[in-house]
Every structure is written in structure tokens, then in C-alpha cells.
Design a protein around this ligand. Structure first.
Ligand code: ATR
Length: 372
């Protein structure tokens, strides 16, 4: 009797082993198809994660499931299979630093973990076939990072908080506009000579120019920090007429003086006589998403309203403006256009702006808590 049991258990285990082998083969087939999709996504610049498709897939399998597998177990198993496929696909869709790769690019900053620049530039490199790789480095000492850039032959760097000013003392040449602005956010390594630029100002102007003329327009800038300064110089270079509105009087007056612009304390605005309004303050940034730097009563439908805050993508200010019928320009656009300027400086090629924007929006959505 016991011998029979053993035999039957053995036979059943053999059956299970054979099924496992088939499952393994099928999963590998699935992954190889996912890799093919990854290659296609690399060509088209489509994001790897497609949450809507994955949710639909699990839903379809739940409806198909008429066997003994419990729904929760089905969800777990297919979540793992999807994750494995996604990892393989991501590896295929991302560029790697192979032996023939020449160009390494970085962002130096602190904090830098949530920077969207790597996903944006790597997608642009992949899309255009440029043999580059972009990585984020958390850097506390910018002088050492720049020395490392020289030693390693790193082709270009984005410079972000808190190093945009200090980096100027570490590089060899500074573009005239960046010198006027007093901040560098981009370094180009031209055969060992490091040259600094500021693409924040171009980013804001380019994003606005997609929607409006700037020349001879009245432009109200809210805020008087580093971003306001870079954007202010960019607007003036395009022929716009700037008024600075700021919470603190001393900082606002100082920037208005540098820009040869007018100044009004933020709290004293009665009416807003402008064609273009740009928020450069952090008001409205997540988690304070309901905050807005200016009452919606001051907005008018003819205005073009831009917010440099891109988390959330649609800030309260932009929601108010849209509701009133204003033309709006999102912070994501400025971010992408400043990145597009960097791409051009580094590679000499025109940037695939729409592909870069898709990559950035995909990364922002990927970071959000998912349902299901
Ligand atoms: P950045 O370099 O990103 O521009 P910053 O130099 O810290 O940052 O400047 C932030 C700007 O946003 C400042 O003009 C600041 O106003 P103050 O000069 O009065 O500090 C403005 N800002 C920040 N929080 C604000 C708030 N809650 N209301 C109004 N303005 C605010």
C-alpha cells in the first residue's frame, strides 16, 4: 500500500515537474516578446511602464480564471511575471555604457535622487541614436565633482541645487548670459575646456514662445529668487517688459534693479496689468497643492499664465487660469525646453522635445501611487 502511495506521489510530482518546465518555457517566451516590445519602445520613445495595459491584463485573466487558482494568488503570480517582463524590457529600452560608448553625462546636486533629468536625457539619447549615458550623482563638494569630470572625461553635466552659483568658480569659461544671470546649470566639456551655460532662461522663453510672442509684452514675474533671475534675463533678451512681484521687498527691489524692471510687493497687488504671468515661487508645489501665489480675481482670460512648479503638473494657479480661459504653460514644458537646450549644447543635435516630454510625464506618473 505504502509502495503504491509512493509511486503515485512520485508520478504526480513528475507531472508537476513537467508542468513547471512548460510554465518556465512560457514565461521565457513571454519575456522574449517583452524584450522585442522594449526595442520598439526605444525606437518610438514610449515609456516602459504601461499601467493601464497591466491593469487590463490582470482584469482579463481574472475573468478567464475558471480553475482552482484563487483571485489573490492569480494577482500575485501575474504581478511577479509582469515585473520580470518589465525589468527585461527596461534593460532593453535603456542605453548602456558599452565598450564603444564615449559620452557620459551627469547631474550634480543634492538632493538629486528624484531628478527627472536622467530619464529625459537617456530617452533623448536612445531616440536619436546618440551614444551617451546620463547619470545622477549626489554631490556635496562641487569642486571635487568638477575635478572628477575633468579626470574622467565626462562630456557634460547639469548643475542643480545647491551648486549653480559655486560651480562658476570651478570651470574655465562662462557664457555671457550665464554670467549676467550669475548661475550656471549646464557644463559642456569641450576637449578638456569646461564651459558653463544657463539653459533655465532659454527653457522658460522657449516654452512661452510656443504659445505667445514675448517681444513688447508686459510680463509679471512672481518671486525674486534664482529662478526669477534666470527667467527675467531670458524674457528681457526676448524683448519683454518685466515687473517683479515679490513677498519680501528688499529681494524684489534688488532683482528689479538688476533687470532694470519695475517692482511691486506681492501683498500690494490691486490689479495685474500684464500679458504674461510667470510664477517662480514654490507656492502650489506638492504637498501644498491647493495653495496659489495670487488670487484668481487678478487673472484675466487674455493672459498667458506659466508656472515653473511641475509637481503637480497642473498647479492650482494653472487650474484657476484654465478655468478663466487663459492660455497656460506648464512647468514641465520649461523643464523639458531647458533640457532640450542642454541636449543641443552637448550633442550639437536638435533635441527630440516631444519624446523628452513624454519621458518626463511618464516618470512623474510612475512615481505616483498606483491604484489596483
Ligand atoms: P529659486 O532659486 O528656486 O528661485 P529661492 O531663491 O529660494 O528659490 O526663491 C524663492 C522665491 O519664492 C523667493 O522670491 C521667495 O520670496 P521671498 O524673497 O519673500 O522669500 C518666494 N516665495 C517662497 N515661498 C513663498 C510664499 N509662501 N509666498 C510668496 N513668495 C514665496
Amino acid at each position: 500500500m505504502s509502495i503504491n502511495h509512493k509511486t503515485s506521489i512520485g508520478a504526480l510530482r513528475d507531472e508537476i515537474d513537467a508542468i513547471d518546465k512548460q510554465i518556465l518555457e512560457l514565461i521565457n517566451q513571454r519575456i522574449s516578446i517583452a524584450i522585442e516590445i522594449g526595442k520598439a519602445k526605444k525606437q518610438t520613445g514610449t515609456q516602459v511602464v504601461d499601467n493601464a495595459r497591466e491593469l487590463a491584463l490582470i482584469k482579463r485573466l481574472l475573468a478567464l480564471n475558471k480553475g482552482l487558482l484563487k483571485n489573490n494568488a492569480l494577482r500575485r503570480i501575474f504581478h511577479d511575471i509582469i515585473t520580470a517582463s518589465r525589468e527585461a524590457q527596461r534593460a532593453e529600452a535603456m542605453p548602456s555604457l558599452g565598450p564603444d560608448s564615449q559620452a557620459l553625462f551627469c547631474v550634480f546636486g543634492d538632493p538629486v535622487a528624484h531628478s527627472l533629468s536622467p530619464v529625459m536625457h537617456n530617452r533623448a539619447f536612445a531616440y536619436t541614436g546618440y551614444n551617451g549615458l546620463y547619470m545622477a550623482f549626489k554631490v556635496s563638494d562641487i569642486s571635487q565633482a568638477i575635478a572628477g569630470m575633468r579626470v574622467l572625461g565626462i562630456k557634460g553635466a547639469s548643475i542643480t541645487m545647491p551648486h549653480k552659483i559655486n560651480v562658476m568658480g570651478q570651470i574655465d569659461e562662462i557664457d555671457a548670459m550665464a554670467r549676467d544671470i550669475g548661475a550656471v546649470n549646464t557644463v559642456v566639456n569641450q576637449n578638456g575646456v569646461l564651459k558653463g551655460y544657463n539653459t533655465d532662461c532659454h527653457g522658460a522663453s522657449a516654452a512661452l514662445l510656443k504659445k505667445t510672442e514675448i517681444a513688447n509684452r508686459n510680463v509679471a514675474i512672481l518671486g525674486a529668487g534664482g529662478a526669477a533671475r534666470a527667467i527675467g534675463f531670458g524674457i528681457i533678451a526676448e524683448g519683454g517688459k518685466v515687473t517683479i512681484f515679490n513677498r519680501s521687498k528688499d529681494k524684489g527691489e534688488a532683482l528689479a534693479g538688476v533687470l532694470n524692471a519695475s517692482f511691486c510687493p506681492l501683498a500690494e497687488i490691486k490689479t495685474l496689468d500684464c500679458d504674461i504671468l510667470i510664477n517662480t515661487t514654490s507656492v502650489g508645489m506638492s504637498p501644498h497643492v491647493q495653495a496659489t501665489p495670487i488670487s484668481k480675481k487678478l487673472l484675466a482670460p487674455e493672459m498667458v499664465v506659466m508656472d515653473i512648479v511641475y509637481n503637480p503638473i497642473q498647479t492650482q494657479l494653472l487650474k484657476d487660469a484654465k478655468m478663466l480661459g487663459c492660455t497656460i504653460v506648464q512647468g514641465v514644458d520649461m523643464f523639458v525646453y531647458q533640457g532640450a537646450s542642454q541636449f543641443k549644447l552637448w550633442t550639437g543635435k536638435n533635441a527630440p522635445v516631444e519624446i523628452m516630454k513624454k519621458a518626463v510625464l511618464g516618470a512623474i506618473n510612475e512615481d505616483k501611487p498606483k491604484c489596483g
